[in-house]
Design a protein around this ligand. Structure first.
Ligand code: ATP
Length: 585
């Protein structure tokens, strides 16, 4: 419609029209008027030229052939523009809706976060409250414990004071009694002395009479005996037959005595070589005839005893236990099948259970065992060879099969090339080698040594199995401590032994603590610790073994062990590494 109102017309023309108009108007304005009055008048003036132009245009349009189409077109354009506006409005509304949804989502998210945060804070608050209450409870417990300990201490002190008082009273009583007794004795002696003094003459007379009587009796007896023997001799010497008979009888009696003595010696020597224990054998489970007569019940019990577990009461590391179990099974089957026994070497630090296992092995396999010590061979000198042969002869006669355990075997089975070995020892070694050159179905040889590197090579050559016994590790120490705590403390306490009571504490935990303390100690040292707990109870005043006493003994044993290790000379450290299990502290 702008073209209709002439807005799109070129500006100069319009300006010209406006200017023209203005000129005409200026002509109509009174020249007498001031500028201000003129301006005020212009404000009320109406420019009708635009309306006139519009009317002209409308007339021109009415006259135009395309007026109708132009109007329709302009209407259409107007409609289109309105629709565009509507679309934009709708888009805008959609945007607004979306913004609202987004806002809602953000609000929801915010609320959720707030909720999570609040929950977290509540949890933290609850945890903190919980911690506080726990701490309060622990504090209460500690306080109670302290009070209890204090009470206990006071009670103990009071008991100790009472005990001291009681002891003082008893001592005082004893002292008084002793004094009274001495006074009484003195009085009695004094009275007796007085009486004696008064009766001295009578007593002397009595003694004199008794002595005279005794002398007369003796003289009478001698006189009678002399008369009888003299008469006998007189009768015998006058009769020669009686003399000859007496001489013959005496000679026969002497002969009988000597013959009997000789025969007994020969028989006993024969019996000893067959069944008697050789001097080199220190300990044996084999019963001699005499032992069977002396202890028949023990003998019968042993005959009827069932084989035990070879590792019962022996605590070793699991791998070694497994290996020894194999050895035990093999040995038992060898005995059952009358096979050839294998020779075993057990080496390792002292007190690690070598002898113990050897005995158990024999019991488990149903064999007898005999223990000899290598150190006993050297002092026998020239007799050593005979001694060794006796041991092997005796071993051959065992019906059940014999496990011959040679402890400290290195003492006489050392290298022949060594300068330290004497002639007698060399001969003993040769005898030993001779008797063990072949494997045997009568006896099993088990050698034990702390220093097997000293063995003669010929001995090494005879070994079928070598087993190393090591010092117990932490786990084994704990098992050993439990074993010996049970054996030496719990059992006697449970059996109600007199003056043997045990305080209640966590025994398992105490054993674990001690296992750490007793580092480096051998099985023997730990078993001795068990005995020392018993000694502690017997030495205590009230006969109660407390946890503190148990731990104190363990600490003391560990300190002693350290001291022993420190005493090892350099020579021992180098030569006897196996004494310390390779560990030198
Ligand atoms: N592994 C172990 N398990 C249980 N007890 C043990 C063990 N080792 C040693 N003992 C205890 O120590 C004692 C001595 O052990 P044993 O005589 O067997 O040691 P060893 O190795 O033969 O020592 P040594 O080389 O000095 O002859 C045993 O009687 C036992 O009480």
């Amino acid at each position: 419609m702008s073209w209709l109102l002439g807005r799109n017309r070129p500006q100069p023309q319009q300006d010209a029209v406006l200017a023209g108009g203005s000129d005409d108007e200026d002509k109509n304005v009174d020249p007498q008027l001031s500028n201000a009055e003129r301006k005020a008048m212009e404000a009320y003036r109406f420019d009708s030229s635009a309306l006139e132009r519009a009317a002209d245009a409308a007339r021109t349009l009415e006259r135009s052939r395309h007026a109708r189409e132009a109007l329709e077109l302009s209407k259409l354009q107007e409609l289109t523009r309105q629709q565009e506006y509507q679309t934009k409005i709708k888009e805008y509304e959609a945007h607004v809706e979306q913004a609202k949804v987004e806002q809602k989502r953000i609000d929801h998210e915010e609320r959720r976060k707030t909720l999570v945060e609040e929950t977290k804070q509540q949890q933290q608050r609850a945890q903190y409250q919980d911690q506080l209450s726990r701490r309060r409870y622990e504090d209460q417990l500690t306080q109670q414990q302290r009070v209890q300990e204090e009470n206990l201490r006071k009670q103990e002190e009071s008991v100790a004071r009472q005990e001291a008082m009681r002891r003082q009273t008893i001592e005082h009583e004893i002292e008084m009694k002793e004094k009274n007794r001495l006074k009484l004795l003195e009085h009695e002696m004094r009275v007796k002395a007085k009486v004696d003094r008064e009766n001295r003459d009578i007593n002397l007379e009595q003694i004199r009479l008794k002595a005279q009587e005794h002398r007369t009796t003796v003289l009478e007896s001698i006189k009678t005996a002399g008369t009888v023997i003299g008469a006998g001799f007189d009768a015998m010497l006058t009769d020669w037959d009686k003399v000859l008979t007496a001489a013959g009888g005496l000679s026969l009696l002497a002969l009988g005595v000597y013959a009997a003595r000789g025969a007994t010696g020969v028989t006993s020597r024969y019996i000893e070589s067959r069944i008697g224990k050789p001097t080199l054998v220190g300990e044996t489970s084999r019963f001699a005839l005499l032992d069977a007569l002396k202890h028949p019940i023990r003998y019968i019990r042993r005959l009827t005893s069932k084989p035990t577990d070879a590792l019962q009461g022996v605590v070793l590391n699991p791998k070694l236990e497994e290996r020894l179990r194999d050895v035990a099974i093999a040995t038992k089957n060898t005995r059952i099948n009358r096979g050839l026994y294998r020779n075993i070497l057990m080496h390792g630090p002292p007190g690690t259970g070598k002898t113990m296992f050897a005995k158990k092995l024999a019991e488990h396999s149903g064999m007898d065992y005999a223990i000899m010590t290598g150190g006993d061979v050297a002092p026998m000198g020239k007799e050593a060879v005979t001694g060794i042969h006796k041991v092997f002869d005796w071993s051959q006669t065992s019906r059940r099969g014999l496990l011959l355990f040679v402890d400290e075997a290195d003492a006489f089975l050392r290298k022949r090339s060594s300068e330290h070995i004497s002639e007698d020892l060399r001969a003993a070694l040769n005898a030993f080698l001779y008797r063990t050159s072949e494997q045997n179905e009568k006896f099993m040889l088990v050698l034990a040594s702390n220093t097997p590197e000293q063995f003669d090579y010929a001995i090494n050559d005879r070994l079928d199995e070598m087993v190393e016994f090591t010092l117990p590790g932490l786990e084994e120490r704990e098992r050993l401590l439990r074993l010996y705590f049970d054996k030496y403390v719990l059992k006697p306490a449970a059996e109600g032994a007199r003056r043997f009571k045990l305080e209640t504490f966590d025994y398992g935990a105490t054993c674990s603590t001690m296992a750490k303390v007793c580092e480096g100690m051998s099985g023997r040292e730990i078993s001795k610790l068990g005995v020392s707990w018993q000694a502690a109870v017997y030495a205590s005043e009230n006969g109660v073994l407390t946890e503190k006493m148990v731990l104190d003994r363990a600490r003391s044993a560990a300190a002693q062990h350290k001291q022993k290790m420190a005493w090892l000379s350099d020579h021992e450290r180098l030569d006897h590494k196996s004494v310390t299990g390779g560990k030198i502290e």
